[in-house]
Design a protein around this ligand. Structure first.
Ligand code: C2E
Ligand code: CA
Ligand code: CA
Length: 461
């Protein structure tokens, strides 16, 4: 490939070179090779910024590392924390302008020996650089950050840089890029952090995530994902008034794995959609079975991941499940968190109305933890509100008591059913009962349990 020049010829230069080809030379073969290299060069550059594209960057970086095995190398990956907003608020032209400006910063580095730079896509730029000490890399990251910071826009442009140091000269450059990206991801949203190195902890986390990704499909197929149910209780009588289905991964080697460990990974790769559907199906099937046997049934909540908000197909799926299993929709409560209402706001609003029209109960989960809880209450047709455990944990705090009192008062005036989450102590229960709350879900009553245990409770055994 003809890409080792730190200053690649500009398009018009190349045209000139092509025109000046020595047509009189008999060595047509060499000429053809040169032509191919030129056209390759063109396909190796991105349109907007004229830096190497992804493919050429990986190729060239690997070559540089291979040819200089005595040197230490690192890949730095950079993106703009708020690029999407910048595009939206300032215009796409402003977005393009900043990319071209950043490309010039990288072009400066490209002049340095053994340095390879690339504009990957959108706002992602990468650099392979030799270095002596970590301080050299920090200096580069800070220089890039500061120079981007100096770009004059009404909107603050914040760059974050992830850094991966090659463990050997033949380390795959695509892996180095991925690891640097993971490091960069670790400082997303932390505006005080400008760079991060990929470290051993990130590597271990990555392995766990990969393992989860690899195992989950098989887990789904072989029935390792099970719905546990945590009862909802009437605090004064301890009667069971409902339940919430909570997924548990019954892992053949690792035992019972809690959702906190695998749901964040599945939300990243979208597989949470399948897991939710699997749990919902178990709940519908179970209610059908209980009804058919003429046994006591209480409404059961299912969790709707915020990932469903991107695709309103979940509405139809729920309606179909109710039909297929012949389950009255009034027995199924749909728990959504605020963030699901905030994603695809119009689409979600329509979905909620549709589901409500079909008789499902809507519940707002983790109430009080989001940014726009009140707006959600104002706009969305929820029937039930679950007060987040965080308030109950701090119930001794006087400010929290005032908030809770008013929250309960307001929710009652709005005619919402209130469920308090995470009640663990009689003192918490007493406060809530004194303030007119009746229903709770917490370890003081029951922990989440396998379905047969929940059945035994309902059957009064
Ligand atoms: P969540 O929906 O807020 O569920 C309540 C969580 O609080 C459950 O944790 C439950 O075990 C825990 N909890 C309830 N009472 C107490 C208490 O008194 N003390 C303490 N320390 N904890 C209590 P779990 O089962 O680990 O689930 C965690 C989260 O994972 C859930 O929070 C929910 O957001 C998510 N999740 C669970 N199952 C599913 C599912 O099937 N689909 C989706 N999308 N998310 C699920
Ligand atoms: Ca929930
Ligand atoms: Ca909750």
């Amino acid at each position: 490939m003809h890409i080792d020049s730190p200053n690649p010829p500009q398009p018009d230069e190349r045209q000139e070179q092509a025109i000046n080809q020595p047509y009189d030379r008999s060595d047509l073969y060499l000429y053809t090779l040169r032509k191919m290299a030129e056209s390759n060069l063109e396909t190796n550059l991105t349109n907007l910024t004229r830096l190497l594209n992804r493919r050429a960057f990986f190729y060239k970086s690997a070559e540089v590392m291979r040819e200089n095995p005595d040197k230490k190398f690192a890949i730095l990956v950079m993106d703009i924390a708020n690029f999407k907003m910048l595009n939206e608020f300032c215009s796409h032209q402003a977005g393009d302008d900043i990319l071209v400006y950043i490309a010039d910063i990288y072009r400066d580095y490209w002049k340095q020996s053994l340095t390879v730079v690339s504009h990957f896509r959108a706002d992602i730029f990468a650099m392979l650089t030799p270095f002596e000490s970590k301080e050299d890399l920090i200096e580069i990251a800070m220089d890039i950050h500061n120079r981007i910071d100096a770009f004059k826009l009404p909107y603050k442009v914040l760059a974050s840089v992830g850094i991966c140091i090659a463990s050997s000269p033949d380390m795959a450059t695509s892996n180095m890029f991925d690891y640097a990206s993971i490091a960069k991801q670790s400082i997303k949203g932390k505006f005080y952090a400008k760079y991060a190195f990929f470290d051993d902890k990130m590597y271990q986390n990555m392995l766990v995530e990969k393992q989860i990704e690899n195992d989950i499909v098989n887990a789904l197929e072989s029935g390792q994902l099970q719905a546990y149910i945590q009862p909802k209780a009437d605090m004064s009588t301890r009667e069971i008034v409902g339940g919430e289905a909570l997924v548990r991964w019954i892992h053949p080697k690792e035992g019972i794995i809690s959702p906190g460990r695998f749901i964040p990974v599945l939300e990243k790769n979208g597989l949470i959609i399948d897991v939710d559907f699997c749990i919902w199906t178990q709940v519908f099937a179970w209610i059908q079975e209980r009804l058919a046997a003429g046994k006591k049934v209480v409404p059961v909540s299912i969790n709707i991941s915020r990932m469903h908000a991107h695709d309103t197909a979940f509405t139809q799926r729920l309606i179909q499940l109710a039909e297929e299993y012949n389950v009255p929709t009034s027995l199924v409560v749909l728990e959504l968190t605020e963030s699901s209402f905030l994603t695809n706001t119009d689409g979600m609003f329509a979905s909620m109305l549709e589901l409500k029209k079909h008789g499902f109960m809507l519940s707002m989960d983790d109430f009080g933890t989001g940014y726009s809880t009140m707006t959600m209450l104002k706009n969305h047709p929820v029937d039930e509100v679950k007060i987040d455990k965080g308030f109950i944990d701090d119930i001794e705090n006087e400010n929290v008591q005032i908030i809770l009192e008013h929250m309960i008062h307001m929710l009652k005036a709005l005619k919402k059913k209130i469920i308090v989450e995470g009640v663990e102590l009689p003192s918490q229960q007493d406060f809530l009962l004194d303030h007119g709350c009746h229903y709770a879900q917490g370890f003081l009553y029951h922990k989440p349990m396998p379905v047969p245990a929940f059945e035994a409770l309902l059957d009064g055994e």
